[in-house]
Write a protein of this length. Structure first.
Length: 229
C-alpha cells in the first residue's frame, strides 16, 4: 500500500474474538491463528515472529502480507471453517478463486488446497480426449472464459502440473492474436500473460492449426470435385 495510507477492517473477515490480524494492502483481516497455522507451516513460522500495528490492540499480533487483499480474501474463504469448499462438485468457482487458491496455496504450502484446485481444473483441462470433446461440445456452462486458459497455463507451470498443459495451451491457440499476446488482468489489477516461451509455442501452434485446416479443406474440395471440372 502507499506509504502513510491508513488500513481498514475487512468487512467479511473480521472476527472480534480472532487472535491474529493479517494486513494485506490497506485491509486488516482479524482471523484465528490455529486455522492457518495448523494447515500451513509457513504461516506457523510467520506467527512465531509477529509485528505489532498501532491500529490493533497489543494483545493481538499482526502479520503483514505482501499479497493483495483480493487474494487473501479468496484464501480465507477457502480455509475458514463453516464456509463451503469452493471446489466441491456442486460449485463453479471463479477464475479469481482458483488462481488465488493455487498461487497462495503454493506460496504458503497449503498442499490440500492446491490439490483441490488443480483437481477442479483437471475436470476441464483433461488429458482424456472423449472427456475434453464432451465438455467443449455439450457443456454450456464452462466456468472459465477462453482467455483464462492463459492463467491456467501459468498455474500449471507454477505447480508442475504438466498434464494440464496440453489442453490449456491448445485453448490458448484458439484465442485471437491480440488477446493471446495481451492476456487479461486479475481482480487486483495484476496482468496475466504467457511467458515468452509459451507465447512462442502458441503462435507456432496457431500457425500449425491453420495449416492443418487449410490442408483439410483442400482435401475435401478435391474429394468432391467433379471429374468434369
Amino acid at each position: 500500500r502507499a506509504q502513510g495510507e491508513e488500513t481498514k477492517r475487512d468487512q467479511e473477515f473480521w472476527f472480534e474474538d480472532g487472535n491474529v490480524t493479517l494486513i494485506a494492502g490497506n485491509f486488516e483481516f482479524r482471523v484465528y491463528k490455529g486455522v492457518l497455522s495448523n494447515r500451513s507451516p509457513v504461516f506457523r513460522d510467520m506467527f512465531s515472529l509477529p509485528q505489532q500495528s498501532p491500529s490493533t490492540p497489543s494483545t493481538c499480533p499482526t502479520v503483514h502480507l505482501s499479497d493483495s487483499p483480493e487474494d487473501v480474501r479468496e484464501l480465507l474463504r477457502a480455509l475458514i471453517p463453516g464456509i463451503d469448499s469452493p471446489f466441491s462438485l456442486e460449485t463453479q468457482p471463479s477464475y479469481q478463486t482458483i488462481s488465488a487458491s493455487i498461487r497462495l496455496g503454493h506460496k504458503y504450502q497449503l498442499d490440500r488446497l492446491v490439490d483441490a484446485a488443480l483437481a477442479y481444473l483437471r475436470r476441464y483441462y483433461t488429458t482424456d480426449y472423449d472427456t475434453w470433446h464432451n465438455i467443449h461440445t455439450h457443456c454450456k456452462t464452462h466456468p472459465l472464459s477462453p482467455v483464462h486458459a492463459i492463467g491456467v497455463v501459468n498455474l500449471a507451470r507454477l505447480t508442475g502440473a504438466d498434464d494440464i498443459l496440453p489442453s490449456a495451451l491448445y485453448a490458448c491457440c484458439t484465442l485471437e492474436g491480440p488477446q493471446l499476446v495481451e492476456g487479461f488482468q486479475r481482480e487486483d489489477g495484476t496482468p496475466e500473460v504467457l511467458s515468452n516461451a509459451d507465447l512462442a509455442r502458441c503462435i507456432q501452434g496457431k500457425a500449425n492449426l491453420t495449416k492443418e485446416r487449410v490442408g483439410h479443406a483442400v482435401g475435401l474440395h478435391r474429394r468432391f470435385q467433379s471429374p468434369n471440372c
